[in-house]
Design a protein around this ligand. Structure first.
Ligand code: XMP
Length: 516
């Protein structure tokens, strides 16, 4: 969908008050085929809402108390613009506060987690049984609803778990409909965006893809475009999309730094060579990277060297192609929001690339995925016919295996880790329920073992698997013992220099996902 198209489409504003679930709210609305965008309460007021023509607003949650000094707020007039408003958690408390109701600290510490809720079946709860389970996370609660507002749901501890002012179309939910633990969360959100706001379901990936291709075909006509292709989901989808739009004018540079997973380069070449022909440029920089990393043990120094080398190679390749006009980037919507500059084009200082190429003379940047969440990017990738292995792959850090070979990096260690990692991934891939990220690490510890009849001194491989929604926090994944057993058995049998395999059972925090 072009920017013009998005402007004309029915859309919902998620006004962000600093809640950890703001992105999730927007994603859940989009799953209902209604376009939703997130804007900060600090920069978005009545004029911005009016000029964008939203059909409804959702006030997000937030960690503050509405009474605390400096807590995020909005103009009370936002409730009288004439479009429906739904407040969630802090958002609901703020509506109550701004409308003359009362918010108080819960004397017994609040409610957290799965909670039974009783709802009255009014417009927000159509199709929701009287009793269901919702997800609560609050310390303050609405102790007095504003005049003219009625309570529409309650829990054992919370006398006002939801409220409604049907005339002004203003609603509040103390619980979180956007999290999966709320059984009827999507029904409630659909009641709001479809039923109350009257949005139609016009946000479809097929249409978005078609109009994005049409827009870029026009904008990129006669221009040469360069893309750094990492083999990750985002840059792969950009490559396939811009190939449709720019055809022969697209050049993709893939840097093989020798720190890739097993068969990574082959996978990228197989997917893109048939599309791009010799416009897929594979820079073989394995020796250069290994040389620069020789003897380096410190993780941050490794990252810095890799970032710098990456950008130098990218620049060299760009100069070789010559006369490039546009730099394409795999920026996605969470990057735009997190950079805090949702309204203007941001050049992503991509940690995988380590800075922007200098002296190439780019006149503009193309970011065809900047309106999309990761799941939507994957959907576009599928529509573009990319292989499932590329579209559904787990995240992989830009510095690659360099941060998974603990301590000094050597070619022997990289090869060994590649094999161990491939075995582990192969075994985990057999499971129906898979972790968010799973990989092998080569620890810096050698340990004694027995192989055959002899004592052996060999490497220790650690296996890591985590479950997470956002990678900010992560839980170690309870893999079945059988999977761990097979992976461990295969690794020690197939890689003679490994004598020991351990499983990492640390969560984040305090550990990080990667070991370095
Ligand atoms: P941590 O280790 O910080 O990882 O808990 C969170 C997520 O970020 C990935 N990661 C990186 N990605 N460059 C990247 O592009 C990096 O230097 C880097 N370090 C960690 C990690 O794989 C996980 O998905």
């Amino acid at each position: 969908m072009s920017e013009e198209g998005i402007k004309l489409m029915d859309k919902i504003l998620v006004l962000d008050f600093g809640g950890q679930y703001s992105q999730l709210i927007a994603r859940k609305v989009r799953e209902l085929n209604v376009y939703a965008e997130i804007r900060s309460c600090r920069t978005t007021g009545i004029p911005e809402v009016l000029s964008e023509g939203y059909k409804g607003m959702i006030f997000s949650g937030g960690p503050d108390s509405v009474y605390a000094e400096g807590s995020p707020t909005t103009d009370a007039g936002m409730l009288d613009i004439g479009i429906p408003v739904l407040g969630i958690c802090y958002g609901a408390q703020l509506i109550a506060h701004l409308s003359g109701g009362k918010v108080s600290p819960a004397y017994d510490g609040g409610e957290y987690g799965r909670t039974a809720v009783v709802a009255d079946g009014s417009e927000l709860f159509e199709g929701v049984p009287k009793k269901s389970i919702c997800w609560m996370s609050h310390t303050d609660f609405i102790s007095e609803v504003p005049h003219g507002v009625r309570t529409t749901a309650c829990t054992d501890k919370c006398p006002c778990a939801a409220f409604a002012d049907s005339e002004r179309k203003i609603y509040g939910l103390q619980f979180h409909p956007e999290v999966t633990h709320t059984e009827y969360g999507q029904v409630i959100l659909s009641n709001f965006v479809h039923g109350i706001c009257g949005c139609d379901s016009s946000w479809k990936m097929e249409d978005h893809l078609k109009s994005t291709v049409a827009r870029y075909s026009e904008e990129l006509a006669g221009k040469k475009v360069l893309l750094g292709l990492s083999g990750g989901v985002d840059s792969s989808v950009v490559a396939a999309l811009l190939h449709r739009a720019a055809g022969e004018n697209l050049y993709c540079v893939f840097v093989d730094h020798g720190l890739l997973r097993k068969n990574e380069r082959e996978l990228v070449e197989k997917a893109f060579r048939p599309r791009l022909g010799d416009h897929l440029i594979v820079a073989d920089a394995r020796a250069r990277f290994l040389g620069k990393l020789q003897g380096v043990r410190d993780p941050e120094t490794k990252r810095k060297i890799i970032g710098e080398q990456f950008i130098r190679i990218f620049e060299d390749e760009a100069r070789r192609i010559g006369h490039l006009d546009v730099l394409a980037q795999g920026t996605i919507y969470p990057d735009v929001i997190e950079s805090g500059k949702g309204d203007s084009a941001v050049i992503k200082s991509h940690h995988n690339v380590g800075g922007l190429p200098k002296d190439i003379g780019f006149t503009s940047i193309a970011e065809p995925l900047r309106d999309l969440f990761k799941d939507e990017v994957r959907a576009v990738g599928e529509l573009l016919g990319l292989p499932k292995e590329l579209v559904w792959r787990q995240p992989f850090p830009g510095p690659g295996l360099a941060v998974r070979v603990i301590g000094e990096i050597t070619e022997e260690k990289l090869d060994l880790l590649r094999d161990a990692d491939a075995i582990f991934r192969e075994e985990v891939d057999k499971l129906e329920s898979r972790p968010s990220q799973y990989f092998a690490v080569l620890t810096d510890t050698e340990s004694v073992g027995v192989k055959g009849d002899a004592r052996a001194y060999g490497y220790t491989v650690a296996l890591r698997a985590v479950g997470t929604d956002d990678f900010m926090t992560a839980d170690w994944f309870r893999l079945p013992y059988e999977t761990l057993e097979t992976a461990s058995g295969r690794i020690t049998a197939e890689i003679p220099s490994v004598t020991r395999v351990v499983y990492d059972i640390s969560s984040k925090p305090p550990a990080t996902v990667e070991w370095e």
